[in-house]
Design a protein around this ligand. Structure first.
Ligand code: FMN
Length: 210
């Protein structure tokens, strides 16, 4: 069994974190880098990521998170916020980055920019928000795998009220929406969930080879 899948077997959605244990700065940098390196459609990364350690803020977020203990007990709380709407600025700033990073004159990227704009900017606002949220999930998947590779426990959470998060984090005014939360840290010894067998669809059901 390769190391990657071994790590996926090791990880589980941690229900109870050890509130005494903190992720080291180096490990945190590694898992955040896995978010940053995540693929996204056209490379646009249409989201922002909040790394929350502030205890008071986390206490305030807990009641709006189905009272889940991971919100306050994990070492770090990662809130992924997708852009609810976007305009040509998103594409232009990406192209500026491409131009700088690869040392390509901006003029040579105009055609590609126009293509992206023709595909994305005329989408209805709801569709844009769904599309940006989809990009978030790729980064979430990477984060869970990267954390597992460092034996950092995690719990992805959709069990929260986005409106309350948006309010507490002032996301509305930034054109953002809290879409997924990931608690990161270390499992508590007494978390029984760690001993549960993994439940997954059998491969005959999940895959069709054609
Ligand atoms: C997007 C997403 C949202 C989830 N939301 C919650 C949640 O709010 N609370 C929770 O305890 N687990 C949550 N889970 C964990 C899943 O229930 C869990 O990943 C699934 O049952 C598979 O189990 P495993 O991750 O332990 O292998 C979520 C998982 C995903 C991927």
């Amino acid at each position: 069994m390769n190391e990657y899948n071994n790590n996926l077997k090791w990880r589980y959605a941690t229900k109870k974190f050890d509130s005494e244990r903190q992720i080291s700065r180096d490990d945190l940098e590694e898992v955040l880098e896995a978010i940053r390196l995540s693929a996204s459609s056209y490379g646009l990364q249409p989201y922002h990521v909040f790394v929350i350690t502030d205890k008071d803020l986390r206490k305030q977020l807990k009641p709006s998170s189905w009272g889940q203990s991971q919100i306050t007990d994990a070492s770090h709380l990662i809130v992924f916020a997708n852009q609810v709407d976007f305009n040509s600025k998103l594409i232009d700033s990406y192209l500026h980055n491409v131009s700088e990073t690869r040392n390509i004159p901006a003029k040579g990227l105009e055609g590609y920019g126009d293509f992206m704009k023709s595909k994305l900017l005329q989408l209805p606002k709801d569709t844009k928000a769904q599309w940006t949220a989809k990009q978030v999930y790729l980064a979430v998947g990477n984060l869970l795998s990267a954390a597992a590779s460092l034996k950092i426990d995690s719990c992805p959470l959709e069990g929260f009220e986005p409106e309350a998060y948006n309010k507490l984090l002032n996301l509305d005014e930034k054109g953002l929406n809290a879409s997924v939360v990931v608690a990161l840290g270390y499992r508590a010894q007494e978390d029984e969930t760690q001993h549960y067998k993994k439940v997954r669809a059998p491969k005959e059901e999940l895959f069709t080879h054609i």
